[in-house]
Ligand binder design. Structure first.
Ligand code: M6R
Length: 364
């Protein structure tokens, strides 16, 4: 049941500190501060390139993973939407590994992509939330997310636990191939271990985000921008808003604004800026300033340091704890989920069962 919550989605958002913790617990040895994934019947050391395929929110998890695995494990990653991948029938490297991400483990396009990759001799790894699912059964190795059943059509805790598993995978690949030192692994493990606590802190902003949502509920279009690890989170934020509030929203790489989307900006367009104070902060901040200068209503998600620098040009801010760059995308997901949730509640839409959507897309 929903317990004390009004919707499953709300309950699932609030479960995130616990289920991220459960997922970490399965893969991290707290004594040695090291990550231990289940044995896999092949080694990533022999792999020259990794292919990741998924749909929807799970695809955005794949985008984050591409960034992590390339940056922290030095392994090139191709990431694709299953419905594109399966019909393009791309050539795949001999002895390659393909990774499929799916909450349900039943998404038809993802399954078809898996079968294609298998027919091309790829080793198949999947990250699923349902251990007995078809995708899990047809994989050579399965990494589980410990999100528990996700009922709301809009994916929330499945996404942040997928990211948690993918973070552990990226660190494992990087450690095993020598890209990541013991100290770097320990630092990331520390940051991951603190995530449940930080996620709980973000949930404390619920009332403030509910207030903020009132000013977005009347918008026709909403833009989400971010760079690097913040870019997929911008996409995810926009998808959440579209799905449950029916407001048109787009996520963009902040650097793309001047290549087109900035033309959309006027006083009526809220721009959600995802900008932890990392190495790309100044770049994203200048895109934010450009948007503000054109009258856009900027909602700025950052940490104390970022807000101290530029908080005053925003029409609203959400302050997140300062965390290691690596884990920031997991944390910054939570306020964009909450924002979409409160906008939808304010508009009175069916949050858990949005129109035209199914929880598990088992048809094309
Ligand atoms: O079960 P899956 O992870 O394979 O589902 C993929 C998408 O259908 C799913 O993430 C969808 O985009 C959600 N409704 C997003 O909130």
């Amino acid at each position: 049941g929903k317990g004390n919550y009004n919707h499953f989605m709300q309950k699932e958002i609030f479960e995130q500190p616990a289920v991220i913790g459960d997922t970490l617990h399965a893969f991290i040895n707290p004594a040695t501060r090291t990550i231990k994934l289940p044995e896999m019947p092949f080694s990533f050391d022999d792999v020259s390139r990794l292919t990741i395929v998924a749909c929807g929110t799970s695809f955005y998890a794949g985008m984050v993973a591409k960034h992590w695995i390339e940056r922290y494990a030095g392994l090139g990653v191709d990431v694709d939407i299953a419905s594109e991948f399966r019909y393009r029938r791309p050539p795949l490297p001999k002895g390659g590994v393909a990774l499929f991400i799916s909450q349900s483990g039943e998404t038809l396009d993802t399954l078809a992509a898996l079968r294609y990759a298998k027919s091309k001799g790829q080793k198949i790894v999947s990250i699923v939330n349902v251990a007995e699912s078809t995708i899990a059964r047809e994989s050579d190795a399965v990494l589980l997310t410990y999100a528990g059943p996700e009922i709301g059509v809009a994916s929330t805790k499945a996404f942040t636990t997928q990211l948690t598993v993918l973070a552990c995978l990226a660190v494992t690949i990087g450690r095993d191939n020598g890209t990541l030192s013991k100290d770097e692994e320990a630092a990331i493990v520390n940051a991951l271990t603190e995530l449940p606590k930080h996620a709980a802190e973000v949930l404390h902003h619920d009332d403030a985000i509910r207030e903020l949502a009132i000013n977005i509920a009347d918008a026709r279009d909403v833009l989400y921008i971010g760079r690097g690890l913040g870019y997929p989170i911008a996409m995810e934020g926009a998808l959440k808003l579209k799905e449950i509030s029916y407001i048109h929203a787009e996520g963009y790489a902040a650097g793309e604004m001047k290549h087109g989307p900035i033309a959309l900006i006027d006083q009526s367009v809220p721009i959600i800026v995802i900008a932890p104070s990392d190495e790309l902060f100044e770049k994203t901040a200048s895109n934010m300033q450009e948007a503000a200068a054109r009258g856009g209503r900027v909602i700025f998600l950052s940490d104390a340091q970022g807000l101290a620098k530029l908080g005053d040009i925003a029409s609203a801010t959400v302050e997140l704890p300062k965390v290691a760059d690596f884990v920031a995308p997991i944390l910054y997901t939570i306020p964009v989920q909450m924002l979409a949730y409160h906008v939808a509640v304010h508009k009175g839409t069916d949050v858990d069962q949005p129109r035209n959507l199914a929880k598990s897309v088992t048809v094309e």
